[in-house]
Design a protein around this ligand. Structure first.
Ligand code: BG6
Length: 498
């Protein structure tokens, strides 16, 4: 996809950068007073079996027996998110690399379990707070603005096991205490915040997102359990937005959605309807957080499923009064939906599956590559919400190793990213979309969320570590490092590979 606006820059002040999450890049899982989080108990599984939809679920959702096994394990190499990319020890080096590329913004998350190790304490852990203070100071030293996700797939394990995570109403107060502490502490250092990463993901992986150990309920009970937990997250997100605005005047708080754009498989009306219904599964979350109320179609869906959720007096008001300031989303691929999917090829999408689009190529993990779909998504979201948008994840996972000269020529990554950025530029210039910024996933190799593989690499920077946490963890610049440096230096006017 050519950059038909070559030479024209993105809007002034556009926030260029990269995005990571604590649970996948930080490591130091049992250092600095940190409690164990949900992510620390995901065991590595053979990658050859870990690329099907069913296995992805197995990587993100655990039973009590799995947790017991994880807690008893003295061999951390089976639990790669415990080690991440070792950001905990190398944050200064990593931020310097981001600065070298010219980052204006760095999206990262705070691990809740570093601040409140169990989730339910009255007092925070000072060592955890001090760690992120050092990280933010390092960003400031390089003129990089942090964009902080308050919760990115890392609820404290005690909160999950002893309270059933977000199913328990007390979760709201625990989370808000955490938000109050971090927004007070980092008031002068962090202006941009996101509440829940991919808030829509709770239905797809209830443990990772909602701290729900599904095997504790019957299949008949669980639909209501997960939707009750979702309600608590919605209320918590609205209260967190309020707290953030009060503690940091001028701060901007966004919601974060997984944008898997679904096309109708054909122009048959049944396929169009199927696509529309799949899209609603994402939009309902944005609708709640932007419009401040449950959309009627979601409540109707609950009614049809026989699901009743308990709402307390005041919930509707806090949601109504505290909509988000901007809408952020991850975009990696599009997918198709069909009225009758039987016999059609199904492919992987981001922790979900969809009907394969015959016109699109796919990554090694079956994620369909569709730059124009990003433009479609931007238009869709902007038309629906009329709020500034922020692409906070976009990238391609690839298996790669340095060649004999120690270089990684990742022209495929440059192709992928430049094609997506060219479409984002068209959305701004031709379609009138308001886009605040772009943070690629991920500027540095880190542990894959869905498959727990280090070998699913996204970075501009290579990390010398394998799926079994073996390696020096040394950093190495790939060719895309210098490409992205040029993109940022020209404010996106030059996206070319040269
Ligand atoms: C997003 C998540 O869904 O996709 C990230 O917010 C994740 O945490 C990213 O890493 C890419 O997915 P994966 O499974 O390839 O790591």
């Amino acid at each position: 996809m050519a950059d038909t606006h070559h030479g024209t820059a993105f809007p002034e002040g556009f926030l260029w950068g990269g995005a990571t999450a604590a649970n996948q890049c930080e490591g130091g899982w049992n250092e600095g007073g940190k409690g164990i989080s949900a992510a620390d108990v995901f065991a590595f599984r053979d990658p050859n079996n870990a690329t099907s939809g069913a296995d992805i679920h197995a990587n993100c959702d655990v039973t009590d027996a799995d947790i017991d096994e994880a807690l008893a394990a003295d061999d951390d190499t089976r639990y790669p998110k415990r080690r991440g990319a070792d950001f905990y020890h190398r944050y200064a080096e990593d931020i310097a690399l981001y600065a070298e590329m010219g980052f204006k913004v760095y999206r990262m998350s705070i691990a809740w379990s570093r601040i409140f190790p169990r989730g339910d304490e009255q007092e925070p852990c000072e060592e955890g707070l001090a760690f992120y203070e050092r990280v933010f100071d390092e960003c400031a030293k390089h003129g990089i603005e942090p964009l902080v996700t308050m919760s990115h797939y890392e609820p404290p394990l005690a909160f999950c096991r002893e309270y059933n995570g977000w199913y328990d109403r007390r979760s709201i107060d625990f989370f808000c205490r955490y938000v109050d502490v971090i927004t007070r502490r980092y008031a002068g250092k962090v202006k941009y915040w996101l509440t829940f990463n991919e808030v829509d993901s709770i239905l797809r992986h209830p443990f990772m997102t909602g701290g729900l150990i599904e095997s504790r309920w019957t299949p008949e009970e669980f639909p209501a359990v997960v939707r009750q937990a979702m309600h608590h997250q919605f209320v918590a997100s609205a209260r967190a937005t309020k707290i953030c605005h009060e503690n940091i005047p001028g701060s901007k708080v966004g919601c974060m959605l997984t944008k898997v754009t679904f096309y109708p498989y054909t122009c048959k009306a049944d396929d169009v309807l199927a696509a529309q219904r799949r899209m609603r599964e994402t939009y309902c979350y944005g609708d709640v957080q932007v419009f401040g109320a449950y959309p009627h179609y979601l409540l109707n869906d609950y009614k049809n499923r026989g699901v009743e959720i308990h709402q307390e007096p005041g919930d509707a008001q806090v949601m109504r009064e505290n909509p988000v300031d901007f809408v952020s989303f991850s975009y990696y691929m599009s997918s198709c939906a069909a009225g009758e999917a039987k016999g059609l090829e199904v492919t992987e999408a981001n922790t979900t599956t969809g009907v394969k689009n015959p016109y699109l190529p796919s990554s090694e993990w079956g994620w369909q590559i569709d730059p124009v779909g990003l433009r479609v998504s931007l238009i869709d979201l902007y038309d629906r919400y009329r709020k500034p948008l922020f692409i906070v994840e976009n990238g391609i996972g690839v298996r790669e190793e340095p060649d004999d000269e120690g270089r990684i020529h990742d022209d495929y990554r440059i192709d992928y990213l430049s094609a997506h950025l060219a479409e984002a530029k068209k959305a701004i210039l031709e379609d009138g979309v308001e886009l605040m910024g772009y943070t690629s996933w991920a500027p540095i190799d880190l542990v894959s969320n869905s498959t727990n593989q280090m070998s699913k690499r996204y970075g501009f920077v290579y990390v010398d570590a394998d799926d079994h946490c073996q390696g020096t963890y040394d950093r190495l610049r790939k060719d895309s490092f210098w490409w992205y440096q040029k993109v940022i230096a020209t404010n996106g006017a030059d996206l070319s590979a040269e």
